[in-house]
Write a protein that binds this ligand. Structure first.
Ligand SMILES: Cc1cc2nc3c(=O)[nH]c(=O)nc-3n(C[C@H](O)[C@H](O)[C@H](O)COP(=O)(O)OP(=O)(O)OC[C@H]3O[C@@H](n4cnc5c(N)ncnc54)[C@H](O)[C@@H]3O)c2cc1C
Length: 391
């Protein structure tokens, strides 16, 4: 049996391991973190991702932990005027798969459980990839566990090691990610003391000048997930890590000061926020070199304005297994994987970036946007997502 070495046990690495197992390829997944952490917050999983999960036999099990929102309500942040309601109950019939929201930690844990059921997958926590070499026959990767150095041979190496990918760095491709000028504040809070409306299975998106605010319930309405994205001149030292957003709370409060009372209440609700600087990198032309390939944020970091980072990682996993499963020549399979995935993910990266301007418009531009949205109606807006969700 062929064997992949996978660096990183985030959504990209675990889904890749699962997809490869279904294609008859074993893997060892090396994860730098020593334990699974309650890391991240809510994720929207659009139909292009849930379709891949279903093909892997993972969707039912993941859906048990997820919420199926019935709509996306888009509001004008200033006064909560409804701009549009996108009906998600028809996701299955329109795009062939459901639209879900799930906590990232739940998704990661469930993917890890599904991997654990596959005899051909081994997950090693607390092991960090520090280097690798590859020739025409195999790859040899070096890992660090504390002070101990270990190496492992495989038929291929998958870099699923996120925004600051060591695998990409060693490939010598790509520019370092650059701060996008925006910071996302995330909070997940119990709905115990909140009204029933906070538990309704709906994604609410408020748009306003230089900011937007997203809310949706998680874990059967027991929690409310909030994401507030603001423009920021932040210049920090630890770019890919979230930080305690409390220090920046005044900036957050200021950004929403002229918004509806409901929006301001939501901003005031969480006891603590975590802040995530948002990074971009120009699209890579290629995700593979010989027996080495990239998946997920390592390949295509993107701003979360289309809620597609994890979804694209899941698409990567499906494509990787598809190309490797039917092709004994690993390098040829990875080249075919890259040729399929790089153009599509590049488009998603670029459209997500374009969306930043639309979401954060102010003045007459915002008026025009709101008018267009109201006049266009939901069908025209839904149509704009067909290329993404229906693919
Ligand atoms: C505010 C915000 C909202 C978002 N909302 C959505 C959404 O609604 N829908 C959506 O689809 N996406 C969303 N995303 C994006 C999504 O969270 C990411 O794109 C996705 O989680 C990336 O997964 P990954 O596995 O590629 O990378 P990561 O989650 O970064 O995982 C990489 C893993 O590799 C490990 N690692 C790193 N280096 C090494 C090494 N050298 N050796 C071994 N292990 C290593 C890390 O510890 C980590 O576990 C959002 C992102 C943000 C910031």
């Amino acid at each position: 049996m062929r064997r992949a070495l996978i660096a990183g046990a985030g959504i990209a690495g675990l889904t890749s391991a699962l997809a490869l197992a279904k294609a008859g390829i074993g893997s060892i997944v090396f994860e730098r973190a020593a334990a699974w952490e309650e890391f991240g917050a809510g994720l929207q999983l659009s139909p292009n991702a849930t379709r891949v999960l279903r093909a892997l036999g993972a969707l039912d099990s993941i859906a048990e932990l997820a919420t199926r929102p019935r709509a996306i309500h888009i509001l004008r942040g200033r006064d909560d005027t409804p701009l549009c309601v996108l009906d998600l109950t028809r996701a299955q019939s329109r795009w062939g798969a459901p639209y879900l929201v799930v906590h990232r930690a739940d998704l990661q844990r469930r993917l890890a459980e599904l991997c654990a059921r596959e005899p051909s997958i081994e997950i090693r926590l607390g092991q960090e990839l520090v280097g690798y070499g590859a020739n025409a026959e195999k790859v040899k990767a070096t890992f660090k566990r504390g002070l101990i150095s270990l190496s492992e041979d495989g038929d291929l190496l998958i870099g699923a090691d996120g925004l600051r990918s060591k695998v990409l760095e060693k490939l010598g491709d790509g520019q370092p990610p650059a701060f996008s000028g925006r910071v996302a504040f995330r909070a997940t809070l119990s709905t115990d003391a909140l009204g029933a409306a906070m538990r309704a299975p709906v994604v609410t998106l408020r748009l306003g000048p230089n900011a937007h605010l997203v809310q949706y319930p998680l874990r059967e309405g027991a929690y409310l997930n909030l994401v507030a994205v603001i423009e920021s001149g932040w210049r920090g030292e630890t770019p890919s890590q979230p930080w305690d957003g409390e220090a920046d709370r005044p900036a957050l409060t200021r950004a929403f000061a002229a918004w509806s009372a409901h929006a301001r209440d939501l901003i005031a609700l969480p006891q603590s926020w975590r802040a995530w600087p948002l990074y971009t990198r120009p699209p890579l032309p290629c995700y593979a070199a010989g027996r080495v390939a990239l998946v997920g944020d390592a390949a295509h970091p993107m701003v979360p304005f289309l809620a597609q980072g994890a979804a694209q990682a899941i698409e990567d996993a499906g494509a990787l297994a598809h190309h490797l499963g039917g092709q004994p020549d690993v390098a040829a399979a990875l080249a075919a994987y890259s040729a399929t995935r790089a153009p599509r993910a590049a488009r998603v990266q670029q459209e997500a970036l374009a969306q930043t301007k639309i979401y954060h418009m102010s003045g007459p531009m915002a008026l025009a946007r709101d008018l267009t949205m109201r006049l266009a109606g939901p069908e025209r807006l839904l149509k704009r997502y067909d290329w993404l969700y229906g693919a």
